[in-house]
Write a protein that binds this ligand. Structure first.
Ligand SMILES: Cc1ncc(COP(=O)(O)O)c(C=O)c1O
Length: 424
């Protein structure tokens, strides 16, 4: 049995959860999967012993772990769950497609319906290609840029995450240095550094890739300064390089059309979407301009599951529900309520925190907490009280977060802020 709360003075254990089954399963998993759970889904990435390891079911804003504990989840599957878990209309579309067949020798008819729907939705894009994970399409976009310009250099913001393929993956173990030598970095929100980066690589730049906001883990979220975006846009255009927006994480959370660059007035050549478009079904998109169609067509790009019909049927249902149910507005208002509540709770408890980012993708960090000691203690105590707040990664709102969920989560946050303040 594991308790987080008993580490902190003044904590009552009355509503502390038990994670016996989760961690027994984790121990079993370690025998058959390297690390038990690899990557960011591991409780080692959040708060080992305090976060559940395995989830049995989910509905709306809530997930239920294998011990039967229910949590209000502010991670939304690390982004994809934009309408809430197990959304009725999306699930109906999934079941309907599965009855007809989910994967065929040739593309399902929904492929065309989805492509036409997307191209009609966004007047800045003329075509779409599909993948499964975000990395499929961020990497595809770099190949199109390189093939189109005949140049190799990719410019990215230092610390930005664009996927796990060799050109981008953090750490770079197992990646030949040559895969990384054709990229250079600039500093987010520093127009001077953008100019310097383009100057250093004059004549070589294939593309600059940018997320709409800075959402690096363990970092305050930063919105882009107008001067910075202007430098990126103008230098890319002047260099004949492509501007690629990586909207994998922000897509459908920063702008009612789904495309975050419209909020910031950018004019990209290629935009990558993933996560939210399927509300949990695996699908990613690359949307591009007419001028790149021939290059996109000329590349070898395929994957066994890229044409799977079920995620496409799901995406059509996601778009209908997102527009029809006012999902964007619902997320905004839930997020605003959470932000106001968290900040007021922290003030009342005397916790010194920074709550940054847009309402639908906030990030909480404690002051003077470089090793996330307080952040982890806070997230652990919240998990033990039935709320998933991540200690190092931005959170996500969905349209299924109700005012009651937010009120409950804020009450838990206040109790946890007090525990952290008492324990430091
Ligand atoms: C901004 C951004 N780009 C790319 C990716 C890669 O997406 P995936 O993990 O689906 O390959 C992610 C994943 O979190 C992301 O946040």
């Amino acid at each position: 049995m594991r308790h987080a709360g008993d580490r902190y003075a003044g904590c009552t254990l009355s509503h502390v959860t038990v994670l016996t089954e989760s961690y027994e399963m984790f121990a079993r998993a370690e025998r058959v999967i390297p690390g038990g759970i690899f990557g960011t889904r591991s409780p080692r990435f959040s708060s080992f012993g305090d976060f559940p390891a395995f989830i049995r079911s989910a509905r709306g804003s809530r997930i239920t772990d294998v011990d039967g504990n229910e949590y209000i989840d502010f991670m939304c599957g690390f982004g994809p769950i934009v309408l809430g878990y197990n959304h009725l209309a999306v699930q109906e579309a999934v079941r309907g497609q599965e009855e007809r067949g989910g994967s065929f020798t040739f593309p399902g008819d929904v492929t065309l319906e989805l492509a036409e729907t997307l191209v009609a939705r966004w007047d800045w894009g003329d075509w779409v290609m599909f993948g499964k994970n975000g990395s499929d399409v961020t990497t595809l976009s770099t190949r199109i840029a390189r093939a189109h310009t005949g140049r190799m250099k990719l410019l990215v913001a230092a610390g930005a995450y664009h996927g796990f393929d060799p050109w981008s993956v953090p750490g770079g173990q197992g990646v030949p240095p040559a895969h990384r030598s054709e990229r250079d970095e600039f500093t987010w929100n520093d127009a001077g550094s953008v100019h310097a980066c383009f100057d250093r690589n004059e004549g070589d730049v294939a593309a600059v890739m940018l997320c709409p906001i800075r959402h690096d883990a363990m970092h305050d979220i930063e919105l882009p300064a107008a001067e910075f975006l202007a430098a990126v846009q103008q230098r890319a255009e002047a260099a004949g390089a492509l501007l690629i927006v990586d909207d994998i994480r922000c897509g459908f959370r920063l702008h009612p059309s789904g495309a975050s660059h419209l909020r910031f007035g950018l004019r990209p050549d290629l935009v990558c979407f993933g996560k939210a478009i399927g509300n949990g079904q695996p699908l990613s998109l690359l949307v591009g301009k007419e001028a790149l169609r021939a290059t996109a067509q000329s590349l070898y790009y395929t994957g066994t599951h890229f044409f799977a019909a079920t995620p496409m049927a799901a995406a059509l249902a996601v778009l209908r529900a997102y527009d029809g149910e006012g999902a964007y507005e619902a997320m905004q208002s839930a997020g605003a309520m959470l932000r106001d509540g968290i900040l007021a709770a922290a003030r009342r408890a005397g916790a010194c925190v920074r709550f940054t980012g847009p309402a639908t993708m906030p990030n909480l960090l404690f002051d003077d907490d470089p090793k996330l000691k307080r952040g982890r203690a806070f997230a652990a105590a919240a998990a033990q009280r039935g709320v998933i707040f991540h200690p190092r990664h931005n959170w996500f709102l969905s349209s299924a977060h109700t005012p009651e969920d937010i009120a409950q989560a804020v009450a838990v946050a206040e109790e946890c802020f007090r525990l952290v303040v008492a324990g430091t």
